[in-house]
Design a protein around this ligand. Structure first.
Ligand code: FAD
Ligand code: FES
Length: 276
């Protein structure tokens, strides 16, 4: 059974687009793209449950983002999250100051299968909004990566600058056309997709469903990171079930737990009609 550990807040600041960057001092190893942590305030039951956030970047002892290396798993003296304030839990998180403590459980989840394990070092990553999060570390592992980032407007699109030191090409689409191509990120994917593409995606359910359908019709492999409201994060409460197709049924029939059996799934296994 995993145990909560305590981590000290190094920084918790608003970024250009309104999303917040949270740096925590925490000796961590075994970190992979797509892992997540459950976070909560210690010594309070407000809110009672932890909130899941995806691992964004790895920090050194001074709290600086570690230069990326083409090797996984990653380890460091700290970790960084990128998060939007949407409700009670993330509002309280946004009020944490340097020196405050948080309780953390993780790294959790399966993470994305590594490209090298799938026989390639080339992949297309598709991120919508906060779906950018797993792809910083993934981009570090690729020799020939392409990151397609779908943002609402120029402010959100600025996050793509984080990727400037990485060995990967970045294409941006914005809904208002203020940066990059105007429209949805799936239009960028349509231009790049070939039968031998390996596609990784994270973002809103409708985007994931569209990416899965496009990859399937092109004969390409795709893996998606799903989000469900989570309580325990470790497969105990059964609160984060996702329905999979009958032919992929397992020990729990057509249900899989996003926290412990995901959050990353081969997109062909998902019953997309149940998601959106
Ligand atoms: C594996 C995983 C990784 C995540 N990584 C990130 C990340 O890196 N950055 C980030 O900003 N967010 C991430 N999220 C979403 C984040 O967990 C939620 O935004 C957060 O739990 C909301 O808590 P709250 O108390 O602020 O909001 P609540 O008061 O609980 O809810 C406010 C609103 O947000 C919706 N909501 C709550 N939880 C989720 C969820 N999990 N998915 C979608 N909508 C939700 C609710 O339906 C409600 O409308 C992740 C979620 C999962 C499952
Ligand atoms: S959050 Fe409890 S089983 Fe997934």
């Amino acid at each position: 059974m995993k145990a909560f550990s305590r981590a000290t807040v190094l920084y918790n600041r608003e970024s250009e687009c309104g999303a917040r960057r949270l740096g925590l001092k925490l000796k961590a190893d075994g970190l992979r793209p797509g892992h997540f942590f459950m976070l909560r305030s210690p010594n309070t039951i407000d809110p009672l449950l932890s909130r899941p956030l995806g691992l964004y970047r790895v920090l050194d002892a001074a709290g600086e983002v570690l230069p990326v290396k083409r090797q996984s798993p990653f380890s460091g003296e700290g970790i960084e999250f990128l998060y939007n304030v949407v409700g009670r839990g993330t509002t309280l998180l946004s009020e944490k100051q340097p020196g405050d403590e948080l309780q953390l459980l993780g790294p959790l989840g399966n993470g994305f299968p590594l490209p090298q394990d799938l026989g390639t070092d080339k992949a297309i990553m598709v991120g919508g909004g906060m779906g950018i999060v797993p792809f910083y570390l993934m981009a570090a592992l690729l020799k020939d990566g392409l990151f397609l980032f779908g943002a609402r407007g120029a402010a959100d699109a600025a996050l793509a600058e984080d990727f400037s030191g990485l060995p990967c090409r970045v294409e941006v689409s914005t809904e208002d056309g203020s940066v990059g191509a105007k429209g949805l990120v799936t239009a960028l994917l349509a231009r790049e997709l070939t039968p031998d593409s390996l596609v990784y995606a994270c973002g809103p359910p409708a985007m994931l469903k569209a990416v899965a359908a496009m990859a399937a019709s092109a004969g390409a492999r795709s893996y998606v990171s799903l989000e469900k409201t989570m309580a325990c994060g470790i497969g105990v409460c059964l609160g984060c079930a996702v329905k999979i197709k009958a032919e992929h049924a397992g020990a729990r029939g057509q249900l899989k737990m996003v926290c412990s059996e995901g959050p990353v799934f081969d997109s062909v296994t998902i019953d997309w009609d149940d998601i959106c």
